[in-house]
Design a protein around this ligand. Sequence first.
Ligand SMILES: [Zn+2]
Length: 241
Amino acid sequence: MKKILTFSCLIILVISGFSQQNSLVSTEVDPSYFITHTRQELIQKLVDLPCGIKPDDPIEIILQKIETFLVAFQPDREYSDDVYAKAANLQALKSVKQGGYGIGSVLIDKEGKIIAAAYNTQIQKNRSDLHAEMTLMTKFEETHKAKKYMNMYVYKPGLTVFSSAEPCPMCFIRISTAGCNTKYCTPGPEDGMVTRINCLPASWKEMASKQKVEIGDCSPIMQKLSHLLFYSYLLDNRGPH
Ligand SMILES: [Zn+2]
């Protein structure tokens, strides 16, 4: 009997561990879509979007077509986080149009209202730390209204950083340290830290685990756009060499 009980507990642990991992990566899009290494692969995926992009469109036209599509996009009610995905993608697009990296983030209060938004400005400002999430939090913390949402440098419970792409190690730690939940639109199979939470040192892992960390409930088209905006640097090979 004891053996059966132990075995049952083990099965439950394995299943719950799997479902936790699964909630961090699950998507209707084939996971292989979220890996893009070449400009050619990127162009093909852009052409496949319902934005009317042609293989030989210049970058400005590609971005214009994405913008027209995104602005007109009606968040799908079937996906509870699509409204945040659209907002984060619009931020990401702003950066790409400025010659920066295509990642955007929004800060959501516990009622679900967007209270701040920002995008990556590493290239624009020659600053190594200005990832979208870092910019979002720094800008927000320096505002007057932040006092309402914070105790010292820790955010009051219930706030969420929603990012267009899975946060990197630096950003994920910053979000966790601030006591904020983490959500994201596109998974980062090659660089995301959220799905690698188990690799953190014990005390950092414990701190990060206190908050909700999960992939957003987003439509396939928003996930694809987040991914392609992230990899848009391949269009002109922007960034340091
Ligand atoms: Zn980052």
